[in-house]
Design a protein around this ligand. Sequence first.
Ligand SMILES: [Zn+2]
Ligand SMILES: [Zn+2]
Length: 464
Amino acid sequence: MRSVLQPQKLISVDAAPKRGGRLMRVRFWGTRGSIATPGPSTNYFGGNTSCVELTTANGDLLIFDCGTGAHRLAAELMAQGKKAIHSNILLGHTHWDHIQGFPFFSPAFVKVNTAAIYGPEGSRGSLHDVLAGQMEYTYFPVELDQLPAAITYHDLTEGIHTIGGARVATQFLNHPAMTVGYRVEADGVAVVYLVDHEPFSDELWRAGAEPGRIESILHEGDRRHATFMADADLVIHDAQYTPEEYRLKKTWGHSTYDYVVQIAAAAGVRRVALTHHDPSHDDHVIADIERKARTLALKCGTGLEVFCAYEGCELVLEPHATLKPFVTADPFQASVARRRFHIVVVDDQPDTLTMVVRALEDEQYTVSTATSGQEALRMIDEQKPDLVVLDYKMSGMDGLAVMKTLRAKPETQSLPVLMLTAMTDEPSTRAGFDAGVTDYVTKPFSIPQLTARVRACLARTHPL
Ligand SMILES: [Zn+2]
Ligand SMILES: [Zn+2]
């Protein structure tokens, strides 16, 4: 039984034939973040972790994430009685709540079936090895390579791919692990899956610019995020925390409804499904988030529809003639998994310096250090590193002055620089980007978040 809550009439379901019609369908099998939370208090929105099914008009099956929701999806696929099931599994990343359903994905136990699994490269092992890890004998009776279905593994970086008959773009998200978002374009429809992501900046808008437009977004990362979802018919987005909770959970890698609604409205998105609900949120809390998100969407005035995803929710998406495909200047980014990169870290605070160096060395980078702007410039000249991690506030020559010198010289004009700073305010962020930084990471940051941002920077700036 559904709970007594009836928070939504699904205004977003198109009037279209539900089954058999040649239209794209999206169905939610898992909407919970972090850990499965079954029970009466989560009965309405559901307790299973991330899993969304997308079927294109010509029958291509794409599955976003394989959390515990994948178990029931698998049962449904098996019950359809098809001769063979061909799944494309698109993992945003390999944290437990996104892969734990895979060992229970029954089509993988049938020989005639195939599964193509996609996920971001850059975890400590290949996608195959990470998935094999959770199926080691200690944890599960059947090992990954014993599964009878034909399974292929595809480690992705940013780029445009073809999966089944769909055009699929990938872009890195801001999460304490390498995580990609997916934009699927097929049947005249764009569906974007952006789960496990947090804002790049506390301030969304550039001061003095008209809010509500992509060009007015302050941080380059948030602007890229908005561009990636631009004009989509459906965006499925992480909205795990309320704004109040987020203040205490920065760097945990999750968003709030107000960030999602504002950025989606600016990007001209048609509808948003908020998902990856927090395990501590019961149905009433999520219904309240939905009410607030809808009020905010109305205020934005772009016609954006928003709802909180629930298990069993199904959408049929009609094509629209004006779909603009996502374009990017660099259709394929570099694979950075195998090269050993050299990074110069510049900071006048010994504690931060030691922490950053240790983290980068753990990730197999070659690291040099400088404790002042002048020393950094000399070192960069001599050693020609692949990336610089640069502190903003240093005694003597500060990070901005270093940037000015670097950008004035042809040899270092496009050298990637990640600015690491406690300066979270709008003028400082703006000054950093105006000075030409590639990325701007604010303290407090977590080590996994920093190393994911370093890797994304390298992938974007070092051609294949
Ligand atoms: Zn997650
Ligand atoms: Zn995660």
